[in-house]
Design a protein around this ligand. Structure first.
Ligand code: SF4
Length: 214
Protein backbone atom coordinates (compact mmCIF):
# COMPACT_ATOMS: atom_id res chain seq x y z
CA UNK A 1 0.00 0.00 0.00
CA UNK A 2 1.33 3.47 -0.90
CA UNK A 3 2.08 5.78 2.02
CA UNK A 4 -0.52 8.40 1.05
CA UNK A 5 -3.21 5.75 0.71
CA UNK A 6 -2.20 4.29 4.08
CA UNK A 7 -2.33 7.77 5.66
CA UNK A 8 -5.85 8.33 4.36
CA UNK A 9 -6.97 4.91 5.62
CA UNK A 10 -5.35 5.44 9.00
CA UNK A 11 -7.11 8.81 9.35
CA UNK A 12 -10.49 7.24 8.54
CA UNK A 13 -9.83 4.33 10.93
CA UNK A 14 -9.01 6.73 13.76
CA UNK A 15 -12.06 8.88 13.01
CA UNK A 16 -14.36 5.85 13.29
CA UNK A 17 -12.64 4.41 16.37
CA UNK A 18 -12.84 7.78 18.16
CA UNK A 19 -16.57 7.74 17.47
CA UNK A 20 -16.93 4.19 18.80
CA UNK A 21 -14.70 4.78 21.85
CA UNK A 22 -15.06 8.48 22.73
CA UNK A 23 -13.64 7.88 26.23
CA UNK A 24 -10.63 5.78 25.18
CA UNK A 25 -7.76 6.40 27.58
CA UNK A 26 -5.17 4.62 29.68
CA UNK A 27 -7.09 2.25 31.98
CA UNK A 28 -4.46 2.29 34.74
CA UNK A 29 -5.21 4.65 37.65
CA UNK A 30 -2.40 7.09 38.52
CA UNK A 31 -1.76 10.72 39.36
CA UNK A 32 2.04 11.08 38.97
CA UNK A 33 4.57 9.81 36.37
CA UNK A 34 6.14 7.56 39.05
CA UNK A 35 2.75 6.02 39.87
CA UNK A 36 2.17 5.32 36.17
CA UNK A 37 5.59 3.67 35.87
CA UNK A 38 4.89 1.45 38.90
CA UNK A 39 1.38 0.60 37.66
CA UNK A 40 2.81 -0.31 34.23
CA UNK A 41 5.34 -2.68 35.83
CA UNK A 42 2.50 -4.32 37.80
CA UNK A 43 0.35 -4.61 34.65
CA UNK A 44 2.69 -7.13 32.98
CA UNK A 45 0.73 -10.40 32.62
CA UNK A 46 -2.09 -8.88 34.70
CA UNK A 47 -5.28 -6.94 33.99
CA UNK A 48 -5.42 -3.18 34.52
CA UNK A 49 -8.49 -3.78 36.68
CA UNK A 50 -6.52 -5.98 39.08
CA UNK A 51 -3.64 -3.47 39.17
CA UNK A 52 -6.12 -0.70 40.01
CA UNK A 53 -7.28 -2.72 43.02
CA UNK A 54 -3.73 -2.93 44.38
CA UNK A 55 -2.33 0.55 43.67
CA UNK A 56 -4.45 2.80 45.95
CA UNK A 57 -2.97 1.28 49.14
CA UNK A 58 0.48 1.03 47.52
CA UNK A 59 0.57 4.68 46.46
CA UNK A 60 -0.71 5.77 49.87
CA UNK A 61 2.13 3.95 51.58
CA UNK A 62 4.93 4.75 49.10
CA UNK A 63 4.57 8.38 48.12
CA UNK A 64 7.86 8.90 46.25
CA UNK A 65 10.86 7.12 44.71
CA UNK A 66 12.79 7.16 48.01
CA UNK A 67 9.95 5.28 49.72
CA UNK A 68 9.91 2.57 47.03
CA UNK A 69 13.72 2.37 46.98
CA UNK A 70 13.91 1.71 50.72
CA UNK A 71 10.93 -0.67 50.85
CA UNK A 72 11.76 -4.18 51.95
CA UNK A 73 11.58 -6.74 49.15
CA UNK A 74 9.36 -9.05 51.26
CA UNK A 75 6.91 -6.33 52.29
CA UNK A 76 6.55 -5.04 48.74
CA UNK A 77 6.06 -8.58 47.44
CA UNK A 78 3.17 -9.12 49.85
CA UNK A 79 1.53 -5.86 48.80
CA UNK A 80 1.61 -6.63 45.07
CA UNK A 81 1.18 -10.41 45.28
CA UNK A 82 -2.22 -10.54 43.60
CA UNK A 83 -0.81 -9.05 40.36
CA UNK A 84 1.32 -12.18 39.76
CA UNK A 85 5.09 -12.46 39.11
CA UNK A 86 5.37 -10.46 42.33
CA UNK A 87 9.02 -11.26 43.10
CA UNK A 88 10.31 -9.90 39.80
CA UNK A 89 7.88 -6.99 39.87
CA UNK A 90 8.97 -5.98 43.39
CA UNK A 91 12.62 -6.20 42.30
CA UNK A 92 11.90 -4.06 39.22
CA UNK A 93 10.05 -1.40 41.21
CA UNK A 94 12.83 -1.15 43.80
CA UNK A 95 15.54 -1.07 41.10
CA UNK A 96 13.66 1.62 39.18
CA UNK A 97 13.23 3.72 42.32
CA UNK A 98 16.92 3.32 43.23
CA UNK A 99 18.01 4.40 39.73
CA UNK A 100 15.71 7.43 39.91
CA UNK A 101 17.24 8.45 43.24
CA UNK A 102 20.79 7.84 42.05
CA UNK A 103 20.62 9.49 38.63
CA UNK A 104 17.50 11.62 38.29
CA UNK A 105 16.85 13.35 41.59
CA UNK A 106 14.04 10.92 42.36
CA UNK A 107 11.98 12.06 39.36
CA UNK A 108 10.86 10.21 36.24
CA UNK A 109 12.81 11.58 33.24
CA UNK A 110 10.77 13.18 30.47
CA UNK A 111 12.51 11.85 27.34
CA UNK A 112 12.19 8.46 25.70
CA UNK A 113 15.90 7.67 25.34
CA UNK A 114 16.53 8.18 29.06
CA UNK A 115 13.36 6.36 30.07
CA UNK A 116 14.24 3.18 28.15
CA UNK A 117 17.56 2.96 29.99
CA UNK A 118 15.83 2.70 33.37
CA UNK A 119 15.39 -0.75 34.96
CA UNK A 120 11.92 -2.20 34.44
CA UNK A 121 11.02 0.30 31.70
CA UNK A 122 10.75 -1.07 28.16
CA UNK A 123 9.87 0.96 25.10
CA UNK A 124 6.12 0.35 25.51
CA UNK A 125 6.11 1.67 29.08
CA UNK A 126 8.39 4.57 28.14
CA UNK A 127 5.94 5.63 25.44
CA UNK A 128 3.04 5.16 27.86
CA UNK A 129 4.73 7.54 30.34
CA UNK A 130 5.54 10.06 27.59
CA UNK A 131 1.96 9.95 26.28
CA UNK A 132 -0.14 9.69 29.44
CA UNK A 133 1.97 11.27 32.17
CA UNK A 134 3.58 14.03 30.10
CA UNK A 135 0.92 14.34 27.37
CA UNK A 136 3.50 14.34 24.58
CA UNK A 137 3.32 12.24 21.38
CA UNK A 138 3.95 8.55 22.04
CA UNK A 139 2.86 5.40 20.22
CA UNK A 140 2.26 2.68 22.80
CA UNK A 141 2.69 -0.63 20.99
CA UNK A 142 1.21 -3.41 23.11
CA UNK A 143 -0.04 -6.84 22.11
CA UNK A 144 -3.40 -5.42 20.95
CA UNK A 145 -1.68 -2.86 18.72
CA UNK A 146 0.44 -5.56 17.11
CA UNK A 147 -2.59 -7.73 16.28
CA UNK A 148 -5.03 -5.00 15.18
CA UNK A 149 -2.54 -3.10 13.01
CA UNK A 150 -1.57 -6.34 11.31
CA UNK A 151 -5.21 -7.28 10.70
CA UNK A 152 -5.90 -3.83 9.29
CA UNK A 153 -2.98 -4.27 6.87
CA UNK A 154 -1.13 -1.24 8.29
CA UNK A 155 2.00 -3.25 9.04
CA UNK A 156 3.55 -6.54 8.00
CA UNK A 157 5.87 -6.51 11.01
CA UNK A 158 5.40 -8.30 14.32
CA UNK A 159 8.23 -6.54 16.14
CA UNK A 160 6.79 -3.71 18.28
CA UNK A 161 9.54 -1.20 17.48
CA UNK A 162 9.19 -1.81 13.73
CA UNK A 163 5.41 -1.38 14.01
CA UNK A 164 5.97 1.89 15.86
CA UNK A 165 8.16 3.05 12.95
CA UNK A 166 5.53 1.95 10.40
CA UNK A 167 2.81 3.88 12.24
CA UNK A 168 4.97 6.99 12.65
CA UNK A 169 4.95 7.25 8.83
CA UNK A 170 1.16 7.19 8.47
CA UNK A 171 -0.30 8.61 11.71
CA UNK A 172 0.40 12.32 12.40
CA UNK A 173 2.20 12.98 15.67
CA UNK A 174 -0.71 14.89 17.17
CA UNK A 175 -2.80 11.71 16.88
CA UNK A 176 -0.32 9.22 18.39
CA UNK A 177 -1.89 9.25 21.87
CA UNK A 178 -5.39 8.90 20.49
CA UNK A 179 -4.26 6.12 18.13
CA UNK A 180 -2.60 4.29 21.01
CA UNK A 181 -5.72 4.27 23.15
CA UNK A 182 -8.39 3.78 20.46
CA UNK A 183 -6.64 0.86 18.74
CA UNK A 184 -5.74 -0.82 22.04
CA UNK A 185 -9.32 -0.51 23.33
CA UNK A 186 -10.56 -1.86 19.97
CA UNK A 187 -8.27 -4.86 20.36
CA UNK A 188 -9.30 -5.37 23.97
CA UNK A 189 -13.07 -5.25 23.43
CA UNK A 190 -13.86 -5.87 19.73
CA UNK A 191 -10.97 -7.09 17.57
CA UNK A 192 -10.32 -9.92 20.02
CA UNK A 193 -7.30 -12.19 19.66
CA UNK A 194 -9.12 -15.51 19.35
CA UNK A 195 -12.19 -14.40 17.42
CA UNK A 196 -12.68 -10.79 16.36
CA UNK A 197 -16.24 -9.43 16.71
CA UNK A 198 -16.32 -8.11 13.16
CA UNK A 199 -20.12 -7.71 13.20
CA UNK A 200 -19.68 -5.01 15.86
CA UNK A 201 -16.71 -3.33 14.15
CA UNK A 202 -16.99 0.01 12.30
CA UNK A 203 -13.98 -0.84 10.11
CA UNK A 204 -15.31 -3.78 8.08
CA UNK A 205 -15.03 -1.98 4.72
CA UNK A 206 -11.44 -0.93 5.53
CA UNK A 207 -10.18 -4.22 6.91
CA UNK A 208 -8.60 -6.95 4.74
CA UNK A 209 -9.05 -9.46 7.60
CA UNK A 210 -12.79 -9.01 8.11
CA UNK A 211 -14.67 -12.23 8.95
CA UNK A 212 -18.43 -11.77 8.60
CA UNK A 213 -20.68 -14.79 8.96
CA UNK A 214 -23.58 -15.17 6.54
S1 SF4 B 1 -13.18 -6.02 10.75
FE1 SF4 B 1 -12.79 -7.64 12.26
S2 SF4 B 1 -10.62 -8.16 11.99
FE2 SF4 B 1 -10.95 -6.17 11.03
S3 SF4 B 1 -10.48 -4.65 12.63
FE3 SF4 B 1 -12.67 -5.04 12.72
S4 SF4 B 1 -12.90 -6.65 14.26
FE4 SF4 B 1 -10.75 -6.62 13.63
Amino acid sequence: MKTNEAKTRAAEILKRLRKKYPDAKCELDFTTPLQLAVAAILAAQCTDKRVNMVTPALFKKYTNAAAFATASQETLEQQIKSTGFFRNKAKSIRALAAALIEKHGGEIPTDLDTLVRLPGIGRKTANLIIADAFRRPGLIIDTHQIRVNQRLGLTKNSDATKIETDLQKIVPEENWISWSHCVTIHGRYTCLARKPSCAACPLTDLCPSVQLEN
